[in-house]
Write a protein that binds this ligand. Structure first.
Ligand SMILES: [Zn+2]
Length: 84
């Protein structure tokens, strides 16, 4: 599998974004902080501008070291912001 993102995770991330479950909280010179409101919990996603990398504090992401739906949702939000 490697770091390939499953279709299911992408779809979940897109739905989180569409339902307005992801919010940009704070932006600094180096990072962008997001909050994602999941079914049972709220997660913190951080985008590191220097590394061009996302990280999330959910179990899926931290245990499996994989891109989760929260990161996908934040990535979409970040790209949408750039378009405007
Ligand atoms: Zn996550």
């Amino acid at each position: 599998m490697g770091d390939k993102i499953s279709r299911e995770v992408r779809k979940k991330g897109y739905l989180l974004f569409r339902e307005g479950k992801v919010k940009k909280e704070l932006e600094t010179d180096k990072r962008v902080h997001f909050k994602v409101f999941g079914e049972t919990d709220t997660y913190s996603v951080i985008f590191d501008k220097e590394r061009n990398e996302f990280s999330c504090d959910c179990r899926f992401s931290t245990l499996k070291q994989k891109i989760c739906s929260h990161v996908i949702a934040s990535e979409i939000l970040l790209k949408e912001k750039l378009k405007r």
